[in-house]
Design a protein around this ligand. Structure first.
Ligand SMILES: [Zn+2]
Length: 389
């Protein structure tokens, strides 16, 4: 029976109310942090297990929506690939959009990742977070916080975000922080979106990483070709068998991997290859960057570096190395960190489309192919992937 509490029965307005109710039942941040610390003394896994279940129990992670997501595996030439269709992120109701258009913009919290979201009441254009609790962690001496993604795209999908609202950056210290995270939480992987539009994530304005307890298809992909890095003899380096251009570094010494990764980043940032339309910059605007992903492999540190370029052309205004127009009904937005699984929105469920899309994902190779026959492609690709080092 309507009680007149809700102004309207839209998803957004109902979410604001049920979060407010859950917020009353959720323990204070200090309580949650203390339990996390105690569990961490038992093991990092015990701590994250507690925190993940807590985040579900408070309805911060809306489990009833997540279970609507569809997931399956499909065989590809690169091994078994995970495909997911994200159906849990609520679509905006036109009535809410209309109301939102007339609402005042407060600019507080500055974004969805800011620590001020913890406990925040929310409004039509900003989700309520009274039931949200964040965990402080230190990476390379800097203050970060751990939280889960409310939409958990994969198991225990977490977000590690800077205490301050400062922009994303991919640099030497980023590699160091990712490895520092997997050192502290060896059962989790951690990656960062790139720091440029098109190839980066949806939030470039707030420094953050993403992690979780999930073995992605990419982590299972083997070396396709190994090579030596003269300056870093203790690093095992090679190209990964993957549709994008990925260099994998493995080693026991974190410092060496960080230095080697920075060497590759510096070289890649300055690399141009006009024959395949890779330009390091145009009119002073940089195009090359890296999407890094860190994990522990036994007692070895492992860092995958995905080489990215965000150049646009007249024919491809959304990016040359990006799904082209004919695939935009499947994926139009940034190809971000979750390229490793496919987060496909809404109702495009046809496997046939997905398979076509999968082939499209080989865009880097396709672009490098030029007029070459596909059999020659791999040779060219291998040569180019390391020729800049
Ligand atoms: Zn922020």
């Amino acid at each position: 029976m309507p009680q007149g509490i809700l102004e309207d029965d839209t998803v957004t307005i109902r979410d604001l109310l049920d979060t407010k109710i859950m917020g009353i039942l959720t323990p204070a941040p200090s309580v949650v942090r203390k339990i996390f610390e105690e569990k961490y003394q038992v093991s990092p896994k015990a701590a994250t297990e507690f925190y993940y279940h807590f985040s579900q129990a408070t309805n911060y992670i809306r489990t009833d929506r997540i279970i609507k997501d569809e997931k399956w595996e499909t065989d590809t030439e690169f091994g078994k690939m995970d495909i997911t269709i994200n159906l849990s992120k609520p679509e905006k109701d036109p009535r809410d959009i209309a109301k939102d258009g007339t609402a005042k913009k407060s600019g507080y919290p500055a974004c969805l990742l800011c620590r001020e979201n913890e406990g925040y009441a929310g409004h039509l254009s900003h989700p309520a977070r009274q039931n949200h609790r964040i965990i402080p962690i230190t990476l390379c001496g800097e203050q970060y916080y751990l939280q889960y993604s409310p939409y958990v795209y994969y198991n225990e999908h977490c977000i590690i975000f800077n205490k301050n609202h400062i922009p994303m950056a991919i640099n030497e210290i980023t590699f160091n922080k990712l490895l520092d995270f997997v050192k502290q939480f060896p059962h989790y992987m951690a990656g960062s979106n790139a720091d440029l539009p098109i190839v980066g994530g949806s939030i470039l304005s707030h420094d953050h990483f993403q992690g979780g307890s999930y073995v992605f298809a990419m982590a299972k992909a083997p070396y396709e070709q190994e090579f030596d890095l003269e300056r870093y003899p203790d690093i095992h380096a090679g190209i990964v068998k993957w549709p994008m251009s990925v260099i994998r570094l493995q080693g026991r010494a974190m410092d060496s991997i960080v230095a080697a990764a920075n060497h590759i980043l510096t070289k890649w940032r300055g690399y141009s290859d006009p024959e395949v339309n890779i330009f390091s910059d145009t009119d002073g605007i940089p195009h090359n960057t890296i999407t890094p992903i860190a994990r522990m492999r036994g007692d070895l540190y492992e860092l995958d570096l995905v080489l990215r370029n965000n150049i646009t052309t007249i024919d491809c205004p959304l990016g040359l190395f990006h799904p082209h127009t004919e695939y935009h009904h499947i994926k139009k937005e940034n190809i971000r960190l979750q390229i490793v699984i496919f987060i496909l929105s809404y109702r495009k469920k046809l496997e046939l489309c997905l398979r076509k899309f999968w082939r499209m994902q080989a865009f880097t190779r396709e672009q490098m192919k030029g007029k070459l026959h596909s059999k020659d492609l791999l040779k060219v690709y291998k040569k180019r992937t390391t020729s800049f080092l």
